[in-house]
Each structure stands twice: as C-alpha cells, then as structure tokens.
Design a protein around this ligand. Structure first.
Ligand SMILES: [Zn+2]
Length: 1018
C-alpha cells in the first residue's frame, strides 16, 4: 500500500498508518520487555519440572485475586514453588474445565496485552485450568482425538483421574454453533447474534493470508474518507503453547540457503496480533473454532490514530456483515469512536461521537507460479519490495529489491501483439459524476499505448460500476477509482495498491479523487489561502518521509495549486467573465486526464520522475506538433506545472496530452517479457533496457535526488513544478508572468462581488514570484547528479559541478529580480483590495486569517528564508567542495564571489554610482531613498552576516566566517561614506538615513565584539 494518512483534527503532520503501527510496535516491545522483568524479579516462574507438572493434580494457591489472573501464562503471578500448598484437588470429573467461553482472546494490540479473564481460573484455593500446566500440544491433540466428550484444552489425564465417572456433557462445538448461520468458503464462518466464529482447518495453520483494511465510510475530513486503504499485513494462524496465535509474519529477513534458515528464524521474530484458545474444535475435522469477533472488534487497524483525541467506543461498535467467498472473507465493521469533546470533527453533529465503516479482508496469499519477480534497477523508477537474503555472500548488497508490478503477460507469447492472459479490470465508482468519467477513463487507458509497444494488447480495462451493483467498492477484490465528496480537501487525488511483499506482484489497486479537486478549479474562491512563507520553507528544506515504504505523492494538491494559478492569470488577463465555457471545459478535461495518467502510473508500480521536465526547451513547449507526440514532459510521473504560455506566445497543451517517452521505458522494463537467448541472461537484457535511461531524454530522478541530505536538493535539473531543459530560464519566465499579472488582478472582481478574489490571486502570484527563487538557488554550489553505471551509453560520471557561468546567472536573477522592490510599485488601490472574506460559523475559512494582507511581514519572512539558503552551511560547503572538482580553475565559482556579489546587489544604493545620484534627487519620508522592502532586505542581510561571523550555525565552514568578516568590514566602510556624505546636509529621508547610520553602528559593534560575546541585533 502506498499512501499517506494524516491525523485529521489536531495533529496535522502527515503520518503513515504503517509507520504509526511500527512506532506502536516498538512501544509494545518495550512494554513486553518491562513485563518480562517484572515477572522475572518479582515472582518465581512456575517451572514445568516433572514434579511441578503434577500441579494439575495438586492444588495451587494463587494469591493475587481474580483481577490479576490473566490468560497468558507469563502474566499470572504465582507464588514461588516452595509456597505451593496442597489443598483440595478438583479434578476434571468435579469441575468443568471446558466452560471457558469460546474465544477468550488475548488481543495484542494496545501496548498492554488486553486480557480477557479466564473464567476457569479460580483463585484463593481454587483451581487453575490446563493452559497453566500443559503446554504439550501433541498430548492435547491426542486427547482431543481420543475422546469427543473430553472438552478441549483440558489437562492431560492424570493417572488417578477417573474418566469412567465423567458425566455426559454436550459437545462444546455443537453447543457453540447451535442456531448459528453457517457460510462456507475460505474459512467456514458461523454467525450467532453478535458473535462471529471462524473455523480454522488444521491444514490452514501456518499458511499465509493477507489481512487488509479499507475505509468504506469516512467523515469528510483529512484522510478519513471512503476508499482509503488503512493497512495490509501478511498473517498466519499459528498453533503454539496450546493456543492459536494470529501472527504478523516477518518477511524482511530470509535465507535462500536451507541450512541457514533456522539461524534467521532465531534472530528475527514475528509479532502477535491476537491469541485464541483452542478449546472448541470440530470433532469431525479437528478444526479450531475461533471467536474472531473479539479480534475484529478491536482497533487493530488503529483507526483511532487517524482521529486525534478519539478512542474506540466498543459498546457501540459491531459487525455489520460477513461475506464468505472461496478465496477470501470480507467483514464489514461499523466502528464507533468517542472523544471528550474538546476537539474533533466538525462534520458530525456532536464531535464527541463519530462512526466509521471498515471493510476487513482476509485472503490467502497464494504463490503465483506464473509470476516472475523482477529485480529493480536504480536508473528507472519503480516501487520495490525489498528484503534481506543472507544466503549470497558475493552480492554487493544484502538487499533483494523486486519491483512491484501486475501479472501482465501475453496470452500468445509467439505473437508480436497478443491479448493479455488476463486483463486487469478497473471500476469507476458509480458516484463519479458522468461528465468527469471520460477524461479519467482515457487517462487510465492511455497506458495501454505503452503495453502495445511491448506486444500486449489492451491489458487494462476500465468499466463503470453498475448503478445497482450489489458489491461494495471498498471490497478489496475490486480495483476501484473512488470519488470522495469532501468539504475539506486533503489530497485532491491519491493512489493506492497492495503488493505481495515476497514477489512484488500487485494484486489490487486504484485511486481516489476528491470532488473538491474539480470544484476548487471551477471556483478559485473555494480554495484555501496557502501560507506562502511555509510553502517556500518546505520547498527549500524538503524531507523524505520517515517511512520509506510510504511514498508521499503531492501531485494532487500541487497540480490543483498550479491549475488555480493558471486560471487566475487567465482571468486577470482576460477579465473573469471573459473565459469561455469551451476553454474552461477543455482545461478541466486536460486536467483530469493528466491527473488520471499520473495516479494510474503509481498503480502500475511507477515512482515519480522529477527530471521528466527536462525533455523539451521552453520554445518547444507550446509547439503542439511536438507535444502531441511526446507530451510536454518525458513522464507523467513528473510534477508538471500548467504549461502556461507567456503573453504573446500561442497557448499549447496546458497539461500532459499523453504519456511520455520515459513512461514507455518504465513499462518496458517492468512488463516486457524477457526471454534470454543462449548467449544472454535476463539481467543483461534488463540492463539493455535500463541503460536507455542514461540518455538525456529519458533521465530519471526521484525523491532521494530531490531531498539530498538536508537543505535544497543538489541537482538544479531535478525539480518539482518546472518545465523545460533550463529551469533558470523557466524561473525567469514564471517570475515575469507573476510580475506582469499582479497589476491586472482587479479584473478578477465581478460587478456586485466582494474583493476576495483579488486577495487570493495576489497571494498566488506573490507565491509564484518567490517560488521561482527555488530553481535559481539550486544552481549555487549545485551539481548535476546522473544515475549512470560504468560502461553506460554516455560513459559519464555521476557528479558534474554546475558551471560558474550558470551560478553567476542564477545569483544575478536573485539579486536583480527576487530582491528587487519593483514588484511592490503597484497601485495603492490594489493593495487596499486585499481584504479577507470574513464569516464566523463552523467550517468558515476566513475567521482564522488576518483581515488585511501584511505584505511587509510576508516579504520580510520570504527574504529571511532565501537569505538563509544563500548563506546556508550546505550552499557554502558545496561551493567549496566543487572548487576542487572542476577540471579547470578558470571556471570556478568561489565563496568570496558569493559574498561579494550579494553585498553589491543588496546594498547597491550605498555604492559610488548611487551615492553620486543622491545629490540629484529629493527624498522624503513619504518617498524614501530606500523603500521599506529594501531596508527590510538589508537588515535581514546584516543579521545573517553577523550571525555567520559571531555565531555560525552548526556545520558552517570557517571560510564563510572569514568572508562574513570581510563583507562586514567593507560594508561598514561603504555605508560610512554615505552616512558622512548626508549627515550634515539633510539630504536623505529619516527612514533611510537612520537605517544606514544604525546599520553602520551595528557592524562596528559586531566587528569589535569578541567571538564569545552574544550580540543581539534584532
Ligand atoms: Zn504521484
């Protein structure tokens, strides 16, 4: 499963279900360890020596009362052996040891083992049941076979036990299933009132099953929406210690060397999800009857972690339906949750109570003998299922990485183009509005083109779910495209699938689209106002998700964001009423098609390719003759922004019109049937496919390349939301479009409407203007990272430093455009339109944001983030490192050059030419020499330089400290000259003069300060 789930209410940090489970598992282990110590030191364990085996006949005094008597042996507190006192013996013929309720299940799911009291264990001089003393399964089985009358899990017969005198009792199995409804399938399931029993046949023990959960209803918020996968785990029913445990299998470690397999088992354990007693067995088949409802009605899937502040309400949770099929059992569960009411969902009438429905599926994990796992290659982006195999000492990694893929094969391998053995059917949920189905369907089917190229004809089929379908779209047997109506959009769209962790074979998948995704497009006002400062910060310091199993796809929200931006620009240019319905329909059609292509690419097993955008030049992007054939990017797995034409250029495709050349390669690597001739190997043939990805048009770069070890990514060609083979040129174009459009924003307001659209549009365009800095910043100290192997087609090395020319061009763009205050020379009326819409009711978005738009504040924060990146330890280190990596000293870009260029750009006004110009102008506090934005920028710059000199951040190279000292000395001198020039003549306005004089004083103090002195310059 690949998806990210969020805690929906209080905690907004993304968290994956599987990750949270792992975290939880660690806690559980810790607790168990603690418990073990407690038992070891506080009580002497009951040793099963020959003598103590007789305990079943002797009496045992258990001293700690009923509440402490627990089903698990280790948890029962028993006095040391020496304190066991013989008391009156109650043997089988006197006490019914079989009266423990079926399904006294120990659920291992809450950190603490939740214990159900064993009614057979009595205290204070009473008896204990067999599981305390008899761990001999073989004996137990024999006992069960020998006598149908003997209740299961009794102590083995003591020689003195008089079976002849045992009273006739009804068969426990028959008694339990009496009046129950019976359904036969993968398991025989009995339902009796609110209890559900599963019969596990002896041959089903230790077999592997896939346990998965999919939400069938949601709450309209966060990730808690119908169709969302919550977990998948490989489990087994394992008989041990007189019980049946539901075990989560450990598939990460193995050895294909049979002699080593025991060693692996000893070192890597499994996890227990639940423990069931085996005291009710079918006398005819020896199958065990497990009261599964006790396990099912726990929060095993940890839904409460999606609902911060809520706990499961067991009393109001119940099983709605169990469907038994030959290959699986589907249980529909209605879960209730409760909170204290302080926080919670706004989508329910009373936030103290909410309900969710989960479809739990258990299916046998069958080995598909026709499916051949395929090893991954780092040059092509496929998801992998990785495990460690200790057997092969020669391999250069312990990991075996199989790509995830569907079982798609030709029905007639001899044919050049053959239908598939079995097409993969995807269902469009019948709740998807009719008008949106077609582009979604076409987006999915578009991938058939790539399969056709490798000889498989139309392996992907898309059907509409019938309006009167009697099956649930959350039933994991169906591959479904879900439609979520949500008032609070979380992901726009997200894909998900389930793969066999042993082989990588995908056997279920689909994706979800939120209805607001389209409605947000149609009406920009329905989109939340993004926090541009946070967005820029995240762009410059991206993080890989903690759990590598989870791929975070931000394409859904990102594409919507860019589409809204494009519509904003179009409406501002043309006037909001002048965009034709045809254009809008075409835009939405292209948008949904591209979205479906991307999401379905994940379903096929493909990762993001953030280098896909480098295929064409900026000029080629609007040439439909090219893009109709090759698309606008090499891969729909790219995060492509809207391909928006600058003014004066005829608009081409807004979004990807087809899958790209790299996508064909990804399909070929994963799905082409490989038949090596005598002189070939499968590996050599796969290598021949993968090495094509070293060619410029087919290059691949993904999350690991984008987030290269802290700070902004290393490779300026590996970006999200850029287009063309020169991201710096794209950055300039993007900034220019924003710059040109901002003055036109009043066109967004219709007669009779309020001015919210202007504020939203301004926020978008401001964001895009500064976002273009990200592309430029990556050139400074940047290196191109090529995923290549020795002997590849271009024989290139993996790292290639960016040329000094390109770094200078990037720095010039930042100082002349990003740090320019020209952007704010706009009509005052426009700035007075930037009011937020204000409502005060549940779900109102306007109440939490400031009524006015504090531009100075926002821009100051944006400057701070960009300056931090320019002078970050990562940037400085990369520039220093690259100096020795270039083949020619003449093309070096150096740290002093960085400091000098920034000084000259940020403090341009104090240098000689501008000093001379001062005399020819007049300034006032209303028309200052240095604008608010320039003064803000210069203060932020000074703060950064002084910090580097006196308190450098961790990891800052010493050379940076020296250069900061040098820069400050020079600035002190240059600022001093202008202050001196203007001091007595009252030439400058108060703002500018005082700012310069104070800056000079700050620099002097900093330069005089000893290194250990902390100077506060804020
Ligand atoms: Zn994605």
């Amino acid at each position: 499963m690949r998806m990210r789930l969020r805690l929906s209410f209080v905690e907004k940090r993304p968290v994956s279900m599987r990750r949270s489970r792992r975290f939880f598992m660690r806690n559980r282990l810790s607790f168990t360890f603690y418990l073990f110590l407690l038992v070891s030191f506080s009580f002497t364990p009951l040793a099963l020596t020959d003598e103590t085996k007789e305990i079943k006949d002797a009496a045992v005094e258990i001293t700690n009362g009923t509440a402490e008597v627990q089903a698990a042996t280790a948890e029962i507190k028993i006095r040391p052996q020496t304190e066991i006192k013989p008391v009156a013996v109650e043997t089988n013929n006197k006490t019914d040891h079989g009266d423990r309720e079926v399904g006294d299940v120990t659920i291992h799911n809450y950190g603490i083992q939740a214990i159900f009291i064993n009614s057979n264990v009595t205290v204070n001089g009473g008896t204990i049941s067999g599981e305390l003393t008899n761990n001999n399964n073989a004996t137990q089985a024999k006992t069960n076979e020998e006598s149908e009358e003997t209740p299961p899990r009794k102590p083995t017969g003591h020689p003195s036990a008089p079976p002849a005198s045992k009273p006739e009792k009804p068969n426990k199995f028959d008694e339990t299933i009496k009046d129950a409804t019976k359904e036969e399938g993968l398991f025989t399931v009995y339902t009796k009132e609110d209890k559900v029993y599963w019969e596990i046949k002896p041959e089903q023990l230790n077999k592997e099953y896939l346990l998965s959960g999919v939400l069938a209803t949601g709450i309209g918020e966060g990730w808690v929406k119908p169709g969302a996968y919550v977990s998948d785990t490989v489990i087994s029913f394992t008989k041990t210690n007189g019980n049946i445990q539901l075990v989560e299998r450990n598939l990460r470690f193995l050895s294909s060397d049979p002699t080593e397999q025991d060693a692996v088992k000893k070192n890597y354990g499994e996890s227990i999800a639940a423990t069931f007693p085996t005291d009710v067995t079918n006398p005819e088949t020896s199958s065990c009857l497990l009261e599964m409802s006790k396990f099912i009605l726990t929060d095993y899937f940890q839904l409460s972690t999606l609902l911060a502040g809520y706990g499961m309400d067991r009393a109001n949770s119940y099983i709605e339906q169990t469907q038994v099929f030959p290959a699986n059992v589907v249980t529909r569960i209605r879960f209730a949750f409760r909170s204290g009411g302080r926080s919670g969902a706004i989508s329910v009438p009373d936030n103290r109570s909410l309900q969710l429905t989960l479809m739990m599926d258990v299916q046998e994990l069958k080995e598909n003998h026709d499916f051949t796992p395929r090893l991954a290659d780092s040059r092509v982006g496929h998801f992998v299922e990785a495990h460690i195999d200790f057997a092969d000492d020669e391999r250069n990694t312990q990991f075996v990485r199989y790509i995830t893929k569907w079982d798609i094969r030709k029905a007639s391998p001899e044919l050049e183009l053959s239908p598939p053995v079995k097409p993969i059917v995807f269902w469009l949920e019948n709740t998807i509005p009719e008008k949106y189905r077609d582009p979604i369907r076409r987006g999915i089917l578009e991938w058939n083109k790539a399969f056709r190229k490798i000889g498989v004809e139309d392996p992907i089929v898309v059907n509409d779910q019938p309006a009167d379908a009697d099956w649930d779209v959350s039933d994991i047997r169906y591959n479904t495209i879900h439609w979520n109506t949500s008032h609070n959009m979380e992901y726009s769209a997200v894909s998900q699938w389930v793969a066999n962790p042993r082989t990588g074979e995908i056997f279920n998948g689909g994706f979800l689209i939120e209805s607001e995704d389209i409605r947000g497009l149609l009406n920009v006002r329905r989109v939340n106002e993004p926090d541009r400062v946070e967005m820029l910060k995240n762009r410059l310091s991206p993080q890989l998700p903690e759990d590598p199993q989870k791929t975070v796809c931000e394409h859904g929200q990102g594409l919507l964001d860019h589409a809204v931006y494009a519509l904003t620009v179009m409406a501002a240019r043309e006037g909001i009423g002048n965009i034709s319905a045809e254009l809008k329909d075409d835009f939405i059609d292209q948008y949904l098609f591209a979205r479906a292509c991307h999401e379905f690419g994940h379903v096929l097993g493909f990762r993001h390719n953030f280098k896909g955008s480098t295929m064409l030049t900026l000029d080629q992007l609007h040439d439909k003759a090219i893009t109709s054939e090759k698309s606008i990017v090499a891969s729909v797995m790219e995060y492509a922004p809207v391909n928006f034409a600058p003014e004066g250029v005829e608009q081409g495709h807004y979004f990807e019109p087809t899958i790209g050349p790299y996508d064909y390669l990804a399909v070929e690597y994963a799905y082409k049937e490989i038949k090596p001739a005598a002189s070939e190997t499968e590996q050599s043939l796969l290598n021949a496919i993968a090495e094509q990805a070293e060619m410029p048009e087919l290059v691949y770069g993904t999350e690991e390349d984008l987030y290269s070890g802290g700070g902004v990514g290393l490779d300026p060609l590996c970006n999200t939301y850029d287009l063309g083979n020169d991201p710096l040129a794209f950055a300039k174009q993007q900034a220019q479009i924003a710059f040109d459009t901002i003055p036109k924003l009043p066109n967004l307001v219709r007669e009779g409407d309020n001015y919210t659209m202007v504020r939203l549009g301004f926020n978008y365009l401001l964001g895009y203007y500064y976002d273009s800095a990200v592309f430029a910043l990556k050139y400074l100290g940047g290196q191109y990272f090529h995923r290549v192997k020795k002997g590849g087609p271009l024989d290139s090395l993996p790292l290639e430093p960016v040329s000094a020319v390109k770094q200078r061009e990037a720095l010039d763009f930042i100082t002349s455009k990003i740090f320019s205050d020209e952007l704010f020379e706009v009509n005052a009326d426009l700035l007075n339109m930037l009011a937020a819409e204000k409502w005060n009711h549940w779900g109102s978005r306007g109440s939490g944001i400031s009524t006015d738009y504090s531009l100075v504040n926002v821009v100051s924060n944006l400057y701070d983030i960009i300056l931090y990146q320019l002078y970050s330890p990562t940037t400085i280190r990369r520039i220093l490192d690259a100096e020795s990596r270039r083949r020619s000293e003449a093309v070096n870009f150096t740290v002093p050059e960085l400091f000098e260029t920034l000084n000259e750009g940020i403090w341009a006004e104090v240098y000689a030419a501008n000093r001379e110009a001062i005399a020819n102008n007049t300034y006032s506090n209303r028309k200052p020499f240095l604008s608010t934005y320039r003064r803000t920028l210069q203060r932020q710059h000074l703060k950064r330089l002084i910090e580097i000199m006196l308190e450098p951040p961790y990891g800052m190279p010493e050379d940076a400290r020296t250069q900061a000292w040098r820069s400050l000395r020079k600035l002190e001198k240059d600022i001093g000259l202008i202050v001196e020039q203007c001091e007595d003549k009252d030439i400058l306005d108060d703002y500018s003069f005082d700012h310069l004089a104070e800056s000079q004083a700050k620099i002097r103090r900093a330069l005089d300060a000893r290194l250990s002195v902390r100077v506060d310059f804020n």
